[in-house]
Design a protein around this ligand. Structure first.
Ligand SMILES: *Cc1c(COP(=O)(O)O)cnc(C)c1O
Length: 241
C-alpha cells in the first residue's frame, strides 16, 4: 500500500473508534480530504484509494486542479473519478470569486457574511440552482479568524431568509492550532449547541444537517462533540503541508 492509502486507512480506523465513543456509526461521518498545496498526482492517489470528497481553500488553486483531475480518466477504474468526487470549498471566499466557485463546489463551508450569502444566492438564481452552504462561526474568538461571532448568528439566520437559493445546511468552525486537542472541545461543543438553537427556530428551508469541524490535530474530539464532516489534510498527505 502507498503512504497515502496507508494513512487513509488508519484515519478511517480512528474515525470508527471516535464514532463509537459518540454512539454513532462511521458511515455517518463524512471525511473531506484537504488537498490544498498538494499535487494533482497526490490527489489522484487519494481518489484511487477511495476518497469521495476533497477540500480546497482557494478558488484559483482549485480551478487549476479541477480541470486536470476531472480530465484524467483512469481506464483501469470501474467507476471514473469524475462523477464520484465532490469538491468542498473550505477557505475564505471573496465575492468576486463566487461565480467561478459555483462551477466546481458542491458545498461551500465558509460563508461568513450576509453580503457573501447574497452573492451566492444571486449567482445561484442565474443558474437556476440552489447552492448548499455552511455558515462559518468563529467559536474561539480569535481576531485573526474568519467567521461570524456566535452572538450574531441568530440574527444572521433571520436575515438569511431573504436568500433562499443559498441553502443553509449546517455550520462550520475551526479550532485553535493547539498542541492539546482537548483545548478545542468547548469550541466544538459551542458549535453544536448553536446548531441546536437554530434548529429550534425552525427557519423555513434551513437544515442543520452538517457540523463541519475537526482537522488533523483535533478530529477525534470534534467527532466526540458531534462533528459529521471532518476536514483532514496533513494526517493523510504528510505533516509538512
Ligand atoms: C488546511 C485546512 C484543513 C486541514 O488541516 P490539516 O491540519 O491539514 O488536517 C481543514 N480546514 C481548513 C479550513 C483548512 O484550511
Amino acid at each position: 500500500m502507498n503512504a497515502i492509502a496507508n494513512n487513509l486507512s488508519s484515519i478511517n480506523q480512528r474515525i470508527t473508534n471516535a464514532a463509537a465513543r459518540s454512539n454513532r456509526t462511521p458511515d455517518s461521518i463524512g471525511l473531506v480530504v484537504v488537498t490544498k498545496g498538494r499535487s494533482v498526482q497526490e490527489m489522484q492517489t487519494a481518489l484511487t484509494a477511495g476518497v469521495t470528497d476533497i477540500g480546497e481553500n482557494r478558488v484559483q488553486e482549485a480551478q487549476q486542479k479541477y480541470a486536470v483531475v476531472n480530465s484524467v480518466v483512469d481506464t483501469t477504474a470501474v467507476v471514473s473519478t469524475e462523477k464520484t468526487c465532490r469538491w468542498h470549498l473550505i477557505g475564505h471566499l471573496q465575492r468576486n470569486k463566487v461565480k467561478t466557485a459555483l462551477d466546481m463546489f458542491s458545498l461551500i463551508h465558509s460563508v461568513d457574511s450576509l453580503r457573501l450569502l447574497a452573492e451566492i444566492a444571486r449567482r445561484s438564481e442565474e443558474r437556476a440552482q440552489q447552492t448548499d452552504v455552511l455558515i462559518q462561526v468563529n467559536t474561539t474568538r480569535e481576531v485573526s479568524k474568519h467567521g461570524l461571532d456566535a452572538d450574531d448568528l441568530l440574527e444572521f439566520m433571520e436575515n438569511a431568509q431573504a436568500y433562499p437559493t443559498a441553502h443553509i445546511v449546517g455550520l462550520m468552525t475551526m479550532g485553535q492550532l493547539s498542541p492539546s486537542p482537548d483545548a478545542n472541545r468547548p469550541a466544538f461543543a459551542l458549535l453544536r449547541s448553536l446548531a441546536e438553537k437554530i434548529e429550534a427556530q425552525k427557519f423555513p428551508g434551513v437544515s442543520m444537517q452538517y457540523l463541519s469541524m475537526g482537522m488533523t490535530n483535533d478530529f477525534e474530539v470534534a467527532i466526540e462533540e458531534g462533528a459529521n464532516l471532518i476536514r483532514i489534510g496533513r494526517a493523510i498527505f504528510g505533516l509538512s503541508g
